[in-house]
Design a protein around this ligand. Sequence first.
Ligand SMILES: O=C(O)[C@@H](O)C(=O)CO
Ligand SMILES: [Mg+2]
Length: 259
Amino acid sequence: MPKFAANLSMLFTEAPFLDRFALAREAGFDGVEFLFPYACEAQQITERLRRHQLELVLHNLPPGDWAAGDRGMACDPRRVEEFRAGVALGLEYATELGTPRLHCMAGIVPPGLDPARARDTYLDNLRYAADQCRPHGIALMIEPINHFDMPGYFLNHSWQARELITASGCDNVFLQYDIYHMQRMEGELVNTIRANLPLIGHMQLADTPGRHEPGTGEINYRFLFQQLDAMGYQGWIGCEYVPQGDTASGLRWRAALTA
Ligand SMILES: O=C(O)[C@@H](O)C(=O)CO
Ligand SMILES: [Mg+2]
């Protein structure tokens, strides 16, 4: 059975952020992830992780001004300094929290920017961030995101991520394969996961339409979980979905789809 981590930015939002760790433990999770820890002191989060004996599996580098529409900035040549400052802050948190994986968001392509320049900037920034992460044993994730939810986002396809990882030449850059985004962009889930398995450093899930619990949409999760086991995927799968009702009752899918 796959190892599921609770995404605390999406699950248990009935409670304030720091209280979600206890709820994840009560619901039987051993691992958690979240998008951004930066509104809290790192030490407050470490205390919750220890108190509830939870493994932190992933968080993101700072995304810029999320409320203003930023979704990272790694492809933007005008914001390289800001990107580097974000890497420093992300690493400050990651080293305190013991985060093994950091997701580096690509960003929305600025209007009028030549796509080749966006790609070169993203690659340079990835190499910089990967070099900063390496001494700490931290892996850098890149995640293709569907263009319906995030119009203009630079990275939308698994083949694009694969090409960038190869071009980066870095041994600590991996694919964050989010099943929800990839179903919306590509389908062909099992074959794509199998073909990219050595590059996949983390997975996430939700069903579609709606980005709700597995079993609420078109993805055959029972089959997919069996296939992941059969192909030997040993990593975490972050539960990154919008619960249809309350989080705890929505979690019945785990027993129903993995039995
Ligand atoms: O899938 C997502 O949306 C997230 O994994 C993320 O990192 C950015 O929103
Ligand atoms: Mg995701």
